[in-house]
Design a protein around this ligand. Structure first.
Ligand SMILES: [Zn+2]
Length: 231
């Protein structure tokens, strides 16, 4: 079972249980580019992404985008991310949009998928992604509406679901999972500390989609392999 988004380099994130056979480890900014690379160096089933997270935009300058490109060229990440827009936590929307737009261009230049963080900004994030014809990727920890989800699926994007989906009362998220194709769903635990978190997410997906848990795991694994080009 592949975890499509886990911050394994964070001190508070526990090593996942044996059921997790692979992991995508996204970066949050220049501060941890080397840590995520190192975190994946000794394990063929761990893969890192490199990017600048909207929460940490203020710690970055234009020149860091240039450094990011050098790092991408040297280190071959499987994706650019995480990057995106967070209108809830970060005030400067223009600066966020600038950094996100640049990272979309970068991903397209290196033919890499994007790992996108979008909070209270799904509409703007989708518009920006759509303005770059060939962009592809995942909106991780999806929190937009069903209508926005359908729009993202229409342009080939994947939606990532984590611990919030496992909550039996998360009706809005359950509905989104119900109505989008299983071929567009990824599972993740982000910075959650629960080492069994991933199985709880996939169990919920199986229940909503009325399929066996094994089938849900196989589908989500396939989706992640396809998006991130894993063999
Ligand atoms: Zn994350």
């Amino acid at each position: 079972m592949l975890n499509s988004h886990i911050h394994l380099d964070f001190d508070n994130v526990n090593t996942p249980s044996a059921a997790t056979t692979g992991a995508i480890v996204p970066a949050t900014g220049k501060e941890n580019w080397d840590s995520v690379i190192q975190c994946c160096a000794k394990d063929d089933n761990r893969h890192f992404a490199l990017g600048i997270h909207p929460w940490f935009i203020e710690d970055h300058q234009m020149i860091d985008l240039y450094d990011l490109e050098i790092k991408i060229e040297d280190e071959n990440p499987i994706a650019v991310g995480e990057c995106g827009l967070d209108y809830l936590k970060v005030k400067d929307q223009n600066q966020q949009r600038f950094f996100f737009d640049e990272q979309i261009s970068l991903a397209n230049r290196y033919k890499l998928p994007l790992i996108v963080h979008a909070v209270q900004a799904t509409e703007d994030a989708t518009d920006l992604l759509k303005s770059h014809a060939s962009s592809r990727g995942v909106i991780h920890a999806y929190s937009g509406s069903l209508q926005q989800a359908k729009r993202l699926v229409d342009i080939g994007f994947y939606l990532g679901f984590g611990s919030k989906l496992a909550d039996p009362h998360a009706y809005k998220l359950h509905d989104i999972v119900k109505y989008i194709p299983a071929e567009h769903i990824l599972i993740e635990t982000d910075d959650n500390q629960n080492s069994d978190g991933l199985i709880q997410v996939v169990e919920r997906i199986a229940k909503i989609k009325k399929i066996a848990v094994e089938e849900a795991i196989a589908q989500c694994d396939d989706n992640a392999r396809k998006l991130f080009n894993l063999s």
